[in-house]
Design a protein around this ligand. Structure first.
Ligand SMILES: *Cc1c(COP(=O)(O)O)cnc(C)c1O
Length: 436
């Protein structure tokens, strides 16, 4: 007779059972449910710095960091003070406040391509609205996106490659109208030829290319040499707009985002995550002539009851003001140390592993082949990642509960945290090795 092992997280298990009776799947965003790693989620009570604590009193070194926003760690003192002072004056007015102008000015200083900025409440809204502006500006309907890139859950982006050789989109989700998917064309990340083929087939019909300049939603996949300049050149030649979705890379890859590092000026940029400092914020912006189309300056309608919310603006301002060259040096050092440590831990156990890393972002892919696009990411052994994840969680480290997500390091992480994480990884790799 097998006895059910006693749970290490009885309170979380109970809370998840209760949540599952009222929230679909027990969560408000799918990846939180731990489904792809064969586990059930731990419920969090608090976070401080690089650590989170669950309902059963376990603490973890956190590498999810709310999926990217928390570049300064959990609950930094200065942020809490700012939030309290702002909240004391009222939480929302539905009327302009100075905070919106100040945050927009800050964004424009860090990212000079952002000549005009519109705040929204999520990255999804930012991408959806940027698509509307691009279509209005070019009077064309089609957009190009890359397989494995994520731009939020608006209909035109929930699209995968059709069964044909290339490009014509089909919905990835029931409920997305075939018509909404049809105007989204798919190309392959890091493959300019695939972009050329799409343009050749739909000449004069493509409004914009949407791209994560550093892809973070198929696991981390940095752009290869020439990829981003190539996209810029294609857009210029074809009269299409280049839209950088920097919801992850903005303020993380560098204070000025991937566009600063790779010296590419996109026509429009989507922001989210760090720009809200852990509160719900997104933004889109770019060329003044394009953003001049947005209501009430122009005819392209887009609005939001809580857009530019004072608490969210104050959190964003605080977070951007805390960015410093020293922070990025620290993040890069920790990222390099963790990437090398994970690779080494795998090597010791003979586990095939490719660690993709860029500054404070990384993904260990359980495969022996380089990962440069969605196809090669899918070659990773998700069962191995699941075993590794569970081994890490049991040892007090909280990595993303999916093979195809980036790990996020914050300024609150220390090299001691990284070394503890590597030590846990050395042991957790045994779970992976044991599966063979
Ligand atoms: C998270 C993310 C989004 C969506 O942002 P939400 O705030 O979750 O709607 C869009 N694009 C990218 C690149 C993201 O990582």
């Amino acid at each position: 007779m097998l006895r059910k092992p006693r749970s290490r997280t009885p309170r979380s298990d109970k809370l998840f059972a209760a949540a599952s009776r009222i929230l679909p799947g027990g969560v408000d965003s799918p990846v939180r449910a731990f489904k792809s790693v064969g586990a059930t989620p731990v419920f969090i009570v608090r976070g401080r710095g690089a650590r989170i604590e669950d309902e059963d009193g376990h603490t973890y070194i956190d590498y999810v960091m709310s999926w990217g926003p928390l570049i300064h760690g959990h609950a930094p003192r200065g942020l809490l003070k700012t939030l309290a002072a702002t909240a004391a004056k009222g939480t929302s007015f539905g009327a302009p406040t100075e905070l919106e102008t100040r945050l927009a000015q800050r964004v424009a200083t860090l990212m000079p391509s952002m000549e005009r900025v519109r705040f929204v409440s999520s990255g999804t809204e930012a991408a959806m609205s940027a698509a509307r502006v691009a279509r209005a500006a070019t009077k064309r309907d089609k957009i190009v996106k890359f397989e494995g890139c994520y731009h939020g859950h608006a209909d035109p982006f929930l699209v995968q490659a059709g069964s044909g050789a290339m490009t014509l989109g089909v919905p990835t989700s029931p409920g997305v109208a075939a018509a909404a998917a049809r105007d989204t064309l798919l190309a392959r990340y890091n493959d300019l030829d695939s972009v050329e083929r799409v343009f050749a087939r739909h000449r004069g019909q493509i409004a914009a290319i949407f791209v994560e300049p550093i892809a973070g939603n198929m696991g981390l996949v940095p752009p290869g040499d020439g990829f981003l300049p190539g996209l810029r050149a294609v857009c210029d030649r074809e009269g299409a707009l280049l839209v950088f979705d920097e919801v992850i890379s903005g303020f993380r890859a560098a204070a000025g985002g991937a566009q600063q590092i790779f010296r590419i000026r996109p026509d429009l940029t989507c922001l989210g995550k760090i720009i809200g400092g852990g509160l719900p914020v997104g933004a889109y912006g770019g060329r003044a002539d394009l953003m001049g189309l947005v209501a009430p300056a122009g005819p392209v309608y887009q609005a939001g009851t809580l857009s530019g919310n004072p608490l969210a603006m104050a959190a964003g301002l605080w977070s951007l003001e805390e960015l410093s060259p020293g922070l990025y040096t620290h993040l890069a050092q920790l990222g390099a140390r963790l990437a090398a440590g994970l690779a080494d831990a795998a090597r010791q156990r003979g586990v095939p592993l490719q660690v993709n890393a860029f500054g404070s972002l990384l993904t260990p892919f359980f495969t022996d082949q380089p990962v440069r696009d969605y196809q090669s990411a899918l070659a990773a052994d998700t069962g191995a990642y699941a075993a590794f994840f569970r081994g890490m969680l049991a040892r007090g480290v909280y990595p993303p509960p999916s093979q195809f997500e980036a790990w996020f390091i914050s300024g609150a992480h220390t090299s001691r945290d990284i070394d503890k994480t590597i030590a846990a990884a050395r042991e957790a790799m045994r779970n992976v090795e044991g599966r063979k």
